[in-house]
Design a protein around this ligand. Structure first.
Ligand SMILES: Cc1cc2nc3c(=O)[nH]c(=O)nc-3n(C[C@H](O)[C@H](O)[C@H](O)COP(=O)(O)OP(=O)(O)OC[C@H]3O[C@@H](n4cnc5c(N)ncnc54)[C@H](O)[C@@H]3O)c2cc1C
Length: 319
């Protein structure tokens, strides 16, 4: 069967990998230049910086198996198991990519074909699926089964552009999905920070969720930091991120005891789901359409990955 998956985040990559391993002809389409989605690693003045998700967990036995393979292949390593200063949070191993968080998606992508810089503008179903690139590009692909894995608000925009709807009960569930936003500040430090292993601080002030030192983390030779603002702060400065940046710089400099010599602020419009769909994935045998991602599985890389896995299984079960 010819299967197209849209979105090269972890859910799309796991789904594509499962279906390709089962012998299907799988193509994964992504609007960006590479795989990973919110598991994103950026280069900035020689530094390597995890920009979105910082680590992942493995609780589900299927995720444990995947992670065990990645560890054996040397692309993933355990990072830490106890949040510094937060003994109240139960111990659980957090993993990271060896050269940044994109590593697992890159490995999975070796098993299927990949169309990058392909923004899916519209989809159309008439016995088979037609997937159309945004104006300016001329790619048009056909598939027997289509899987969408972007955050649901972006899925709904695609439905609207395509004048496509599912049954009203499903549309109601999709329309209820809500996400947080996150302003992420990436900074270059003038010297190594004072943080010791694992190089992270959570919630140093109410407006900041996370600060990490990518050098202590082990992915950057150049001292550099990632700062994630809390949802309320991110909402407040959403339309003027450069005005929100200086306060994040000040908090990070105090925590890290290093000066930030250069910084840039980025916006994650759909950071983490607050309200999810209510099932781990959705598959319609009638339309030959599946929907997956963290809007379905829930917050966390692991849950997004298992949503992609479940969608693949639902497609295999259709026969
Ligand atoms: C700042 C931040 C910090 C986080 N920290 C953690 C953490 O430490 N641990 C953890 O477990 N989770 C964390 N998360 C959550 C985690 O990153 C996500 O739950 C997970 O990566 C979601 O994967 P996904 O495949 O569902 O979606 P995504 O990774 O968002 O993948 C969807 C893909 O679809 C593509 N796409 C969208 N629209 C189109 C279109 N029209 N055409 C083509 N392609 C399209 C996008 O470019 C994207 O690559 C964090 C998230 C953020 C933003």
């Amino acid at each position: 069967m010819k299967i197209i998956i849209v979105g090269a985040g972890i859910s799309g990559c796991v789904c594509a990998n499962r279906l390709a391993m089962a012998g299907h002809a799988v193509t994964l389409i992504e609007k960006g230049r590479g795989v990973g989605g919110r598991m994103s690693t950026r280069r900035m003045n020689g530094a390597r910086i995890d920009h979105g998700a910082q680590f992942f967990t493995a609780r589900d036995p299927r995720m444990k198996d995947l992670v065990q393979d990645w560890v054996a292949q040397g692309i993933v390593v355990p990072w830490y198991d106890q949040v510094p200063g937060r003994e109240d949070i139960p111990k659980s191993i957090r993993f990271r990519g060896i050269n940044g968080m994109t590593a697992p998606a890159k490995r999975l992508a070796e098993s299927f074909s990949f169309e990058k810089e392909f923004f899916v503008d519209s989809i159309y179903f008439d016995e088979e699926w037609q997937i159309n690139e945004k104006e300016g590009g001329n790619r048009r692909l056909l598939a027997d089964h289509l899987v969408l894995t972007m955050p649901v608000p972006q899925m709904l925009e695609l439905f609207q552009r395509s004048q496509f709807e599912l049954e009203s009960k499903v549309m109601d569930q999709l329309e209820a999905v809500r996400y947080t936003r996150c302003l992420a500040l990436l900074g270059i430090l003038n010297k190594p920070s004072v943080l010791s292993d694992p190089g992270t601080i959570t919630h140093p002030v109410p407006d900041v969720d996370w600060i990490s030192d990518n050098q202590v983390k082990g992915i950057s030779v150049v001292p550099s930091c990632t700062v994630h603002a809390a949802n309320d702060y991110s909402q407040k400065f959403w339309d003027s991120p450069n005005e929100g940046g200086p306060y994040l710089v000040k908090v990070a400099e105090e925590c890290l005891q290093s000066k930030i010599t250069e910084w840039s602020c980025h916006r994650w419009g759909f950071a983490k789901p607050l309200v999810t769909f209510g099932a781990n994935q959705y598959t319609s045998a009638w339309d030959r359409l599946s929907l997956a991602g963290d809007s379905f599985g829930g917050e966390r890389i692991e849950n997004a990955a298992m949503s992609g896995w479940d969608a693949a299984q639902a497609i295999l079960d259709l026969g």
